[in-house]
Design a protein around this ligand. Structure first.
Ligand code: FRU
Length: 482
């Protein structure tokens, strides 16, 4: 075991006495923004969900974690297990302590192989002489109880033809039962792609199969594909990934980077896409990953955040959270997403509230609300404080837009814009999960989703409306962590 401790490349093994307790005290000073029913980091920075798997009894949820500050430093995999996405138990984390992960355990996925959890991940390393990044692809084996059994490097460096940006292996079984994994990559000519590997078994050395081609995807300007995920829903192939550099459009792909999906058919390495779209149109959503081995359902989690963003909670030494687990369905080749049934089952009884002009609603900031827009325009303003801050959601019959201009922003948040739009005709059902500094919005039973952070201190739980609406409201159950 090597104890890394070099500036921000410091592992948990190097934590000094009382250091984590001091960080936890800093986090506790945040009175306004810590979520109740979203999984968030105890301290430091959280990013991508990793290693998501169902072991036959419970789910394993890992995420990218830098424990010591709200910055991207030495990445660990924080590890929890859960049966219901409400009660979580801490399991053994993946801590960088080998030469093949000297600068962090970067993202990857898991596969259940017999009774073992095989976690494929990128070992980020930098050469001492010139700081050149050398990516390893590694394998860590956990047992179902969540204990680490072993880890080893599988591949050193990117294959010929690719730059140092070669990472995020996501394993899956091929249609003929082989172990495969797909990595996000940048070609030497600075274009983004994904590369597939195959192994006969976990002791094998991976061999390269080739690039995944998606002819229908406009890769213009795209310099890197991160976090690829190949899966199958009801007989259709689905590819989910996070391309970087895609051109922004007026009403979609509005962030700096985007989580995207393609639905179609995978023919060898060619993905014949019948549909390509953005997965979520809110301000903060990236690096989604699915749990593909649960009978009859596909569950997705994502990072509610984006690379390069800072948030007002950084001063309290915590940054970001994961989305609620979402079940994916295909409806006419479109990917629909809605929180899993466990989240709905754990809501308090729905209460109906007549919304006229202005209403105060107890616990609005940790609530689930639902209403029918009847395809007519509305303008809603949520949470007000003395400084006139509020979050607004409006619909004009074609376009829904979320506006966080009148909320606290960091410079980086402002840089990325103040409104997010979503084109949707025939808007019927609107569902919103508010959790203190985050909202997840689902339209028409998951046809579109918008996930965003927002920061309003000392807020009043008030809604103002320009139209009478019948709201149904309930409280989701808070997460418990042991
Ligand atoms: C995506 C990402 C991955 C990488 C990880 C590092 O957010 O950049 O490509 O493995 O985060 O934390």
């Amino acid at each position: 075991m090597i104890i890394f401790n070099n500036g921000k490349y410091k592992s948990l093994h190097a934590a000094t006495q009382g250091e984590l307790d001091a960080l936890e005290s800093a986090v506790k000073k945040d009175q306004d923004f810590r979520p109740h029913f979203h999984l968030t980091t105890p301290t430091g920075l959280l990013n991508d969900p990793n290693g998501l798997i169902f072991d036959g009894e419970k789910f394993h949820v890992f995420y990218q974690w830098f424990p010591f500050d709200a910055i991207h430093g030495m990445k660990h995999w924080k590890h929890y297990t859960t049966k219901d996405f409400i009660h979580y138990e801490s399991a053994q984390d993946l801590i960088p302590d080998e030469h093949f992960e000297s600068h962090g355990c970067y993202s990857g996925g898991a596969l259940l192989v017999e009774d073992k959890i095989a976690c494929f991940y990128t070992g980020n390393t930098r050469r001492a002489s010139d700081n050149q990044r050398i990516p390893f692809q590694n394998l860590a084996i956990f047992d179902k109880a969540g204990q680490l059994i072993s880890k080893r490097p599988l591949l050193e460096n990117a294959p010929t033809g690719y730059s140092e940006h070669f990472r995020d292996p996501k394993p899956y079984y091929s249609k003929d039962g082989k172990i495969r994994f797909v990595c996000g990559a940048q070609r030497e000519n600075f274009t983004g792609t994904a590369v597939i590997f195959e192994m006969a078994n976990l002791n094998d050395t991976p061999r390269i199969i080739g690039e995944l081609a998606i002819p229908a995807f406009d890769n213009h300007g795209v310099f890197m594909w991160e976090c690829p995920d190949l899966l199958n829903i009801g007989g259709k192939d689905v590819f989910i990934w996070s391309p970087q550099g895609k051109q922004r459009e007026a009403h979609q792909f509005q962030n700096n980077y985007h989580a995207t999906y393609a639905v179609g058919e995978l023919d060898h390495q060619t993905f014949n896409a019948e549909q390509i779209a953005e997965l979520d149109q809110g301000f903060d959503f990236y690096a989604p990953q699915t749990i593909a081995n649960v009978a009859d359902r596909t569950i997705l989690l994502a990072w509610i955040g984006l690379p390069d963003l800072t948030y007002p909670t950084d001063e309290f030494k915590w940054h970001s959270m994961l989305t609620l687990p979402r079940e994916l369905r295909l409806v006419q080749n479109k990917l629909y997403q809605q929180p899993v049934q466990e989240i709905y089952q754990n809501l308090t009884a729905l209460q109906t509230i007549q919304l006229e002009e202005q209403v105060e609603i107890a616990h609005l900031d940790t609530s689930y609300i639902k209403f029918n827009a009847n395809n007519a325009a509305f303008h809603l303003a949520f949470f007000h404080n003395e400084q006139g801050e509020k979050l607004t959601l409006s619909y004009d019959g074609k376009l829904l837009y979320l506006d966080r201009s009148h909320t606290a922003q960091t410079v980086w948040m402002q840089k990325f814009g103040r409104q997010r739009y979503c084109e949707i005709e025939n808007l019927e059902q609107v569902e919103i999960f508010f959790d203190r500094s985050v909202c997840e919005i689902f339209l028409n039973g998951g046809e579109k989703a918008m996930t965003s952070r927002f920061f309003i201190r000392q807020r009043k739980n008030i809604v103002k409306t320009d139209r009478t609406l019948q709201l149904e409201i309930a409280q989701p159950k808070a997460i418990e962590i042991k």
